[in-house]
Design a protein around this ligand. Structure first.
Ligand SMILES: C[C@H](O)[C@@H](O)[C@@H](O)C(=O)CO
Ligand SMILES: [Mn+2]
Length: 594
């Protein structure tokens, strides 16, 4: 795979005869240390360390800038980081490629005017309509100080992580299995949004393709044997909400797969969905050459409700295991995979996973519980992070099993990890924390199973959602906060009132006392759709940086100003009202792939 790379451009004062020679070592040294920092710290979603390409020479003028561009042109360089300790010639040395995402690190030292070039080249980028990120250390460094200060490192890493995230999505597909689910607006896949903002090719595959492949046995039979054995050993059956119910005739006659065959059907469906998205060489050996290719997917979604689930076993297992960091083969890269074909939640899953390296959890933003209502209904008042109220996040299907919070970090606290850090104990803990309840026949006439867990950890998480607003286009909202390990008395009482066969997460957004974060009620009241996605960590700052690269304005967030890092020219759109400036800048520059 030609991974999306960061091109490092050491820029220098082109004057030979003393100036340039005196700067060559320091300038190239900044480039190689920036590359080392990135390559040693960051990974792609598949766990491979992020790759950099350093210019063969320092860049003192247009000829060397062109040579560097030529060198980068075959390396899938999606972003460039120019670095310099000195004055250089802005328009002669800047990255003139309109397609790359740009940043410049100007050394904060005073022996040579590195910051002056930084400002000059920012002006150049602004004048030429190519937004660039400005990186300048807070404290002066001595000329012989080869270290990268923490604040500079943080910005370099944030820039690089978000830029390779953009590159990771480029030219990949989003595969819609089926069509619109229950009139959910996000299910109406907006092809222009995916193509122009994310560089993603949306594709559609009818759900009958799954039936065709099951019927014609187009899947890896050896893998199936392994998967079904794992399912039988690890997917313990949970509460059967259908037990004892006398369902009306239309329900009884709608289930065409015998309940004792559900897991076999579901396991085959899971293999087939994965093959549709990513292909499978084994199918080539079986003579199914086109099916073997897959769709070069980065993500996908499944309609499920209602046409499929009205007669066939549901895909909650498929959706959950795709989104998780493990399956029957052990730890693996999570795949953002939306239930109800909510493509905007699917896109949110992509962005969330890309910036956090953790599995995406798909939720209905279901109920706001005020402290008073909680006390009235459960007899207990919430405290701790939930003292101001909490939001019930729950949806059948596509919640990564990691969302149970059973994985443990080095302090023994519940967390969600990058898949490459998952241990056997973490995987077992997530499996043990989840049971599989027979799908509620009232909702899912075709039966199947739903993943069921209670998130019993207090974890830092970020909830996000991309919405499309007519007249504006895509907007991003996000809320940093915590999952809540509610007392049994509260959890059990509420759980019994809701869909107790689905995965539950209690969420307490961090309040700021202002606007949408005035109180927990306002967070829910301002949420733009029925769905949201949570990923591990307070990564709202990374999402804001990524959104600015994609030119998606952020309409709601609770990230402090000092953590916001956008292209420097956003300031030209206003520094008093930063949110309006973001909207104006995104509108002015337009979609990344317009
Ligand atoms: C009740 C519906 O069938 C569920 O799909 C509903 O809870 C939703 O998830 C709607 O987003
Ligand atoms: Mn839903």
């Amino acid at each position: 795979m030609n991974y999306p790379k960061i091109g490092i451009r050491p820029v220098i004062d082109g004057r030979w005869g003393g100036v340039r020679e005196s700067l060559e070592e320091q300038t190239m040294g900044m480039a190689t240390s920036a590359a080392k920092l990135i390559e040693e710290t960051l990974c792609y979603p598949d766990g491979t360390p992020v790759q950099c390409v350093v210019s063969n020479t320092t860049i003192g003028g247009g000829a060397e800038a062109a040579a560097c561009e030529e060198q980068f042109s075959t390396e899938n360089v999606v972003a460039t980081l120019s670095v310099t300790p000195c004055w250089c010639y802005g328009m002669e040395t800047y990255d003139n490629n309109p397609k790359t995402i740009k940043a410049v690190w100007g050394f904060n030292g005073t022996e040579r005017p590195g910051a002056v070039y930084l400002a000059a080249v920012m002006a150049a980028y602004a004048q030429k309509g190519m937004p660039a990120f400005s990186i300048y250390g807070h404290d002066v460094q001595d000329m012989d100080d080869k270290s990268i200060p923490a604040d500079v490192a943080e910005k370099i890493l944030r820039f690089a992580k978000c830029a390779v995230s953009v590159g990771w999505m480029k030219n990949k597909s989003y595969v819609n299995l089926g069509g619109i689910a229950m009139g959910i607006a996000g299910s109406y896949c907006d092809a222009d949004f995916f193509q122009k903002y994310l560089g993603i090719r949306p594709e559609w595959v009818d759900m009958t393709e799954i039936v065709r492949r099951i019927t014609l046995e187009i899947y890896d039979h050896d893998e199936y044997d392994k998967a079904i054995a794992w399912v039988k050993a690890n997917c313990k059956e949970g509460f059967d909400v259908n037990a004892g119910k006398d369902f009306p005739e239309i329900i009884k006659k709608s289930k065409v797969v015998s309940p004792d065959k559900d897991w076999e059907f579901i396991t085959k469906m899971t293999l087939i969905v994965r093959d549709i998205l990513f292909g499978n060489k084994k199918l080539d050996e079986m003579g199914w050459h086109e099916e073997a290719l897959g769709k070069n997917a980065v993500a996908g979604g499944f309609q499920g409700q209602r046409n499929w689930t009205d007669w066939l076993p549901n895909a909650d297992f498929t959706e959950a295991i795709m989104a998780s960091t493990f399956d029957w083969n052990g730890k693996k890269m999570p795949t953002p995979f939306a239930t109800e074909n909510d493509t905007l939640n699917g896109a949110s899953m992509i962005l969330g996973t890309l910036v956090s390296d953790t599995a995406p959890c798909f939720h209905d933003v279901r109920t706001y519980w005020s402290p008073d209502a909680c006390e009235r209904v459960t007899g207990m008042r919430p405290d701790g992070v939930a003292k101001d109220g909490f939001i019930h996040l729950i949806n059948s299907g596509a919640t990564a099993l990691d969302g149970c919070g059973a994985s443990k970090n080095e302090n023994g606290e519940g967390c969600m990890k990058p898949f490459w850090k998952m241990t056997e104990a973490d995987i077992k803990a997530c499996i043990d924390a989840t049971d599989w309840c027979r799908a509620n026949y009232e909702y899912f006439r075709g039966g199947g199973f739903s993943s069921h867990f209670r998130c019993k950890a207090e974890m830092p998480v970020t909830m996000l959602r991309i919405n499309i607003v007519d007249g504006i286009g895509p907007v991003l909202q996000l809320a940093e906060g915590y999952t809540v390990d509610l007392p049994d008395q509260i959890h059990n009482t509420i759980d019994q009132r809701t869909d107790k066969t689905w995965p539950t997460t209690w969420f307490a957004p961090t309040l700021t006392g202002k606007g949408a974060f005035k109180d927990v009620y306002s967070v829910m009241a301002n949420w733009g759709a029925n769905h949201g996605v949570t990923i591990y960590g307070h990564v709202g700052d990374k999402l804001i940086t990524l959104a600015s690269m994609l030119r998606i304005p952020v309409n709601m967030h609770n990230v402090s100003d000092d953590r916001i890092f956008r292209p420097q020219c956003w300031a030209a759109f206003g520094t008093d009202d930063v949110q309006s400036a973001d909207y104006e800048a995104c509108k002015t520059y337009g979609a990344l792939y317009k």
